[in-house]
Design a protein around this ligand. Sequence first.
Ligand code: IMP
Ligand code: MG
Length: 174
Amino acid sequence: MAQREILFSREVIDGRVRELAGQISRDYAGRELLVVGVLNGAFVFMADLIRALDVPCRVDFVRMASYGSGSVSSGEVRIGKDLEKPIAGCDVLIVEDIVDTGLTLSRLVALLRERGPASVRACAFLDKPERRRVPFTADYVGFSIPDRFVVGYGLDYNEKYRFLPDVCVVGTDA
Ligand code: IMP
Ligand code: MG
């Protein structure tokens, strides 16, 4: 990734994460959140987000898996690694790195709603609205971006570049 174009610097990300955490803390004032991170991509964003919240939270994680091979997904998404605990009666906030086609989050929200939580909302660090294959609107979004492939701040390209502290656009030789 020789040509690395920074889309969002760590300073800009930090400011936006604090704004999101403030908004979430106001919306859930007096309640306790169950924050559900979608592995692997969400872990960096989730770690920063929960430390900026003013409401108490517990955490759990899921991993989603898509059927089909190669870059063309069949559109079917299932839970690969499930939550450790029941969520009945909980205020669930799903945290995801990016909404792209919308398949992952629309399926996950539907699956978790079947388990009797008090509420389910979704917070995505990034959103690519142009790429939707199914309608999905996250309740909280860090940044909306055009249809570019990005890495860093938890987002990967073939498991690489998750560790980058800035969000970068992948160059042609990635
Ligand atoms: P969706 O089901 O198409 O919305 O897929 C969301 C998943 O696709 C995310 O959790 C990411 O793992 C992956 N993804 C989509 N766009 C990007 C990108 O630009 N960079 C890195 N991962 C991406
Ligand atoms: Mg990923």
